[in-house]
Design a protein around this ligand. Sequence first.
Ligand SMILES: O=C(CCCC[C@@H]1SC[C@@H]2NC(=O)N[C@@H]21)Nc1ccc([N+](=O)[O-])cc1
Length: 125
Amino acid sequence: VKKCSLSGSWVNDLGSNMTIGAVNGDGNFEGSYHTAVSASPNEIKVSPLQGSMQRGTNQKGQPTFGFTVNWSFSDSITVFTGQCFVDNDGKEVLKTMWLLRSRVESINNDWKATRAGRNTFIRTG
Ligand SMILES: O=C(CCCC[C@@H]1SC[C@@H]2NC(=O)N[C@@H]21)Nc1ccc([N+](=O)[O-])cc1
């Protein structure tokens, strides 16, 4: 069975770095995220992430997951969701989509407060 583990260090197509710790028995994990890009005027800082991985009853391998990055330097938050694959060269890759919600002053600006996109992560080191 193709096995793909989330624990360890990853880099995405934007050059952002992520480290994920051990996945516990409930499929939950924690880690840290250092984004290479930001739309905030503030200095970028390492930010915590928390997430969950679907274990699948019979360890199907290539699990789905989701995690939230609570940006420490800006009034915004990103949720990522995706799947951990083993590609045709045997390399682990995380294919994700994300929603980035920024705080806006007024409900009248709510329409423009959520950005969406995709990121692919590969292992570093
Ligand atoms: O910019 C930010 C916080 C940093 C977001 C980084 C995003 S997360 C999805 C994508 N994948 C990455 O690795 N990095 C990017 N917050 C923010 C955004 C917009 C506004 N705004 O005022 O529009 C304010 C703060």
